[in-house]
Design a protein. Structure first.
Length: 296
C-alpha cells in the first residue's frame, strides 16, 4: 500500500475545490463562482486497492487585503513543503496576469514534484489550450501537464495515475470509506456559507462567516441553529432580503443538501448578525476557526 499527500494550489476560482471533489468522488469542499470561497486547508481522501491519497484543497493564493486574506494565502503556501506532490491549477495563460506568475515564482523555490493542471478544458478552445500548455511547458518546472474539466469529471483518473508514482509505501491514514476528516458541524457551516454565496452578489460574500450555535441530534431529526455574520448593517438587509425571502431561500437550499448528508430531517434556523470589519481582527478570524494548528 502506498500513501501520501497532494496539495491542490492556485489562484482563486480556478476550480481547485471542484477538482478535489471530483477526485475524491464526494462533495467534501464547497465551491462557488465567487473568488476566495475556500478559507481553510480541506482534506479529501481517495482510497483504492493500491493507494490512499490525501488531497489538500487550499484557499486561492491572492494579494491579501485583510487578515483573513493573509491567513488564507499563508495556509495555501505553507502546504507546499508539507506534501509529496503539488498540483498547480490554472485556467488561463501565464502571461495573462500577475497572479499565476507570483505562484510560479513561489513554486520555483520548492523541490516538491509539481503537476500542472490546466482546468476548465470544456470552455478552453484547442488553440488557447495549446498556448497555455506551451507557456508552462517552457518553464521546465513541471513533471507533468494534464488538462481536466473538473466540472465534468474529465481526466480525474489521469490525475490519480499521474500522482501515484510520486507517493511512497505507507500506512492507510484513514478508513477506506472516509472521504474527509472534517466534523459534520464544519461541513454544515460550509454548506450554509455556500448557499449564502450563491444568493449574494458583489462585495457582500467575502465578509460572510457562519457559526453553528445549536446542533441537536434526535433519532429522526437534527435541529441546527446558525448565525450568518456579515460586516455591515446594509449587508444584513441584503442577506435577509425583502420579506425575508432571500434568507428563506438560503435556508431551504441548505436544508435540501443537509438532509441527505446527515440522513435525517433537518430543522434549520438561521440568524443574521453584524460583526463590523471582522476580517481585520485577529481575534474574530481565529474565533471563526481561521487559525493554524500552531495557534497563529
Ligand atoms: N466550465 C468549468 N467550470 C469549472 C470547472 N471547474 C470549476 N469550475 C467552476 O469554477 C468556479 C470556481 O470553482 P471552485 O472549485 O470553487 O474554485 P476554487 O479554485 O476552489 O476557488 P477558491 O476556493 O475561491 O480559491 C465554480 O463556478 C465552478 O463551477 C471546469 O472544469 N469547467
Ligand atoms: Mg475552493
Amino acid at each position: 500500500m502506498k500513501s501520501g499527500f497532494v496539495g491542490i494550489v492556485g489562484r482563486p476560482n480556478v476550480g481547485k475545490s471542484t477538482l478535489m471533489n471530483a477526485l475524491v468522488g464526494e462533495k467534501v469542499a464547497i465551491t462557488s463562482g465567487k473568488a476566495q470561497t475556500t478559507r481553510n486547508a480541506i482534506r479529501g481522501i481517495y482510497t483504492d486497492e493500491e493507494a490512499q491519497i490525501i488531497f489538500i484543497d487550499t484557499p486561492g493564493i491572492h494579494k491579501p487585503k485583510n487578515k483573513l486574506g493573509t491567513y488564507m494565502t499563508n495556509t495555501a503556501i505553507s502546504t507546499f513543503k508539507e506534501v509529496d506532490v503539488i498540483m498547480f491549477l490554472v485556467d488561463d495563460r501565464l502571461s495573462k496576469g500577475p497572479g499565476d506568475k507570483y505562484i510560479v515564482e513561489l513554486l520555483k523555490k520548492v523541490r516538491t514534484p509539481k503537476i500542472l493542471i490546466i482546468n476548465k478544458t470544456d470552455i478552453i478552445g484547442p488553440e488557447e489550450y495549446k498556448q497555455i500548455f506551451d507557456e508552462y511547458e517552457e518553464l521546465g518546472l513541471f513533471d507533468s501537464i494534464i488538462g481536466t474539466s473538473a466540472l465534468n469529471g474529465v481526466n480525474t483518473g489521469v490525475c490519480i495515475d499521474t500522482v501515484k508514482p510520486y507517493i511512497k509505501e505507507g500506512p492507510m491514514y484513514f478508513p477506506s470509506d472516509m472521504f474527509t476528516d472534517n466534523p459534520m458541524r464544519f461541513l454544515v457551516s460550509e454548506i450554509i456559507r455556500e448557499k449564502t454565496l450563491l444568493y449574494l452578489e458583489d462585495e457582500v460574500p467575502h465578509g460572510i462567516a457562519v457559526e453553528i450555535q445549536q446542533y441537536e441530534e434526535e433519532p429522526n431529526c437534527t435541529n441546527i441553529g446558525a448565525v450568518i455574520y456579515c460586516e455591515r448593517q446594509s449587508h444584513k438587509g441584503i442577506i435577509i432580503g425583502a420579506k425575508g425571502r432571500k434568507l428563506k431561500g438560503i435556508g431551504k437550499a441548505a436544508r435540501l443538501e443537509l438532509e441527505p448528508l446527515i440522513g435525517t430531517k433537518v430543522f434549520l434556523e438561521l440568524w443574521v448578525k453584524v460583526k463590523e470589519n471582522w476580517r481585520a481582527s485577529d481575534i474574530a478570524i481565529s474565533n471563526f476557526g481561521y487559525r493554524n494548528e500552531d495557534g497563529k
